[in-house]
Design a protein around this ligand. Structure first.
Ligand SMILES: *Cc1c(COP(=O)(O)O)cnc(C)c1O
Length: 366
């Protein structure tokens, strides 16, 4: 019996290279783009282990849970790490990054998360990139939650290592990811005796055995289904238009924020300033005395397909996430998410105005 997922023709090097080129166009980058055969944490760890070593002075910006992970990897590589942590309800500023350089002029590596789906904030990468560039440090960006949800211009912003995954706003598979690598980043890694080599974490293996060989021979059999899904999702983005897709995400975020405020009952945007709120997902603060996980469970009991989730870890009691990304960045999903949350709040005895929330969302979308 044939099956749509099985019995596929092998994915050849030329096809693989063509998918890489398409991803590069999406990022508007002239740099090398390496597609990694795993979820985005693979290239993120590969970048850090490739670039950092004993003697590295790293500025690690923490605006959510991923920044914490990067700091642990950096320390594990023997780097000396300056953590710049800002509260999850806000964004980091270029001035804060400048101040860190003023205090530690020997910083030669900066890791930053662009948008944080887990906490709902987004950081001003263009401005931060100027500061990092002025000090000559290598700049790594986790753009997994920003790609296709908001403008992302690694070359224009001076990003040396820009990591993306397809599973959020791109509406694609989670099992492959990509990273654009600048010439400086390649040089840094090549000069690092500690950089992974002959390893699944190795970016240098892809440079030396794939890119430098003219992309003729793959290192191993690629994750074929995931690669085809990545190609299909980029094709779908090209058909809609990247600009239209980012507008759809921005609209979903603005509408969710406005709708939540109109709903009342003590529900509030978690990120104080709208300018700091990520287009990929909107985080909300549960009303005082109400457990966010309980509220989400009630809402999902009524409508299990909604993209609602409570915050992770310590945030589970206070944070509600509306993951309006990819195919969920629609007016219908935003309406339904707020209606379900509002109904759950009503059951909990809170006064909510469902009609006002509905009007607020509709107005933004018009
Ligand atoms: C989603 C995301 C990732 C990928 O992690 P998952 O646990 O697979 O979702 C990495 N970085 C950021 C900023 C993300 O939002």
């Amino acid at each position: 019996m044939t099956h749509p997922f099985l019995d596929l023709a092998p994915l050849g090097a030329a096809h693989f290279a063509a998918i890489e080129d398409r991803v590069a166009r999406l990022l508007d980058t002239e740099q090398d783009v390496v597609i990694m055969q795993g979820e985005a944490l693979l290239p993120l760890e590969g970048c850090i282990r490739g670039a950092a070593r004993p003697g590295t002075k790293a500025l690690n910006v923490i605006t959510g849970p991923y920044g914490q992970t990067f700091g642990n990897w950096l320390r594990d590589c023997g780097a000396s790490v300056v953590d710049l942590a800002v509260p999850f309800h806000t964004a980091v500023t270029a001035a804060q990054v400048e101040a860190a350089f003023a205090e530690h002029p020997d910083i030669d590596f900066v890791s930053l998360v662009h948008a944080e789906a887990a906490t709902g904030n987004t950081n001003p990468v263009a401005e931060i990139g100027e500061v990092v560039r002025a000090h000559g440090a290598l700049f790594m960006l986790d753009a997994v939650a920003s790609v296709a949800a908001e403008p992302l211009l690694p070359d224009a912003w001076g990003v040396d290592l820009c990591v993306i995954g397809a599973q959020k706003a791109m509406g694609g598979p989670a099992g492959v990811s990509a990273v654009s690598v600048s010439e400086r980043a390649w040089q840094r890694m090549a000069a690092n005796p500690e950089a992974p080599r002959r390893s699944y974490l190795s970016l240098l293996d892809w440079k030396e055995r794939w890119i430098d060989g003219g992309r003729k021979a793959l290192l191993h059999a690629p994750a074929q289904l995931e690669m085809l899904a990545l190609e299909a999702c980029v094709e779908r983005i090209e058909a809609e238009g990247l600009a239209a897709l980012t507008v759809r995400h921005a609209t979903a975020a603005t509408a969710t924020r406005a709708g939540a405020l109109a709903l009342g009952g003590g529900l509030e945007p978690y990120v104080y300033e709208a300018a700091d709120a990520a287009p990929v997902a909107t985080t909300l603060r549960a009303p005082r005395g109400v457990d966010a996980s309980d509220l989400v469970a009630r809402a999902l009991a009524a409508d299990p397909v909604l993209p609602l989730v409570a915050g992770g870890g310590a945030l589970a009691k206070e944070m509600i996430r509306v993951n309006h990304y990819g195919p969920d960045a629609t007016r219908g999903v935003v309406h339904a998410s707020l209606a379900a949350l509002g109904a759950a709040m009503g059951e909990a005895g809170l006064g909510v105005d469902l009609e006002a929330a509905r009007r607020a969302v509709t107005e933004i979308w018009a």
